[in-house]
Write a protein that binds this ligand. Structure first.
Ligand code: SF4
Length: 156
């Protein structure tokens, strides 16, 4: 962890000094939250969601991203539940038909379209937020546990 923190600090410093774009490829969403401006979430070799980091963490619109965030602890609170994504990552040699996430997806409800059609990456809610899910509209209004709480009387 100490080495990781040092490496990340070096990356941050170099990025600030050179203003160069930096691409990080990681499974560690903590690193993503700390260092990244824009996020591409990949599943089975394809981009399934894209957006700015706050949007992705607060209002994900792809079931895989929802699952990733649900399975993370929020260290500032006592958590009564962590929900793992069921099943296992797919074989890239024998990729599932249609949407590769369908065998593990809570949103599919057995709908044939999920098994038959590969979903395109398309507009989720504007502002460059994209999701590759036939039914991402059904996640409209979904807030992750990393959303900011709306304060009473804030008018938000
Ligand atoms: S297209 Fe279907 S299986 Fe794929 S993420 Fe959306 S709801 Fe789930």
């Amino acid at each position: 962890m100490t080495i990781q923190a040092q490496v990340l600090e070096v990356l941050k410093t170099v990025q600030e000094e050179t203003q160069a774009a930096t691409i990080l490829i990681t499974h560690d969403l903590g690193i993503v939250a700390e260092l990244c401006d824009r996020v591409l979430v990949m599943y089975a070799g394809r981009i399934v969601e894209a957006g700015d980091v706050l949007t992705i963490f607060r209002a994900p619109r792809h079931p895989y991203t929802v699952g990733l965030l649900d399975s993370l602890p929020k260290l500032t609170e006592d958590e009564e539940w962590l929900r793992p994504i069921p099943g296992s990552p797919p074989s890239l040699i024998n990729r599932p038909s249609g949407c590769a996430f369908h065998p593990r997806c809570f949103l599919t409800q057995g709908r044939p379209r999920c098994r038959e059609d590969v979903p395109e990456l398309r507009d989720a809610e504007g502002a460059g937020h994209l999701a590759a899910c036939h039914f991402s509209e059904e996640l409209a209004g979904h807030q992750s546990k990393f959303s900011e709480p709306v304060e009473a009387g804030s008018g938000a």
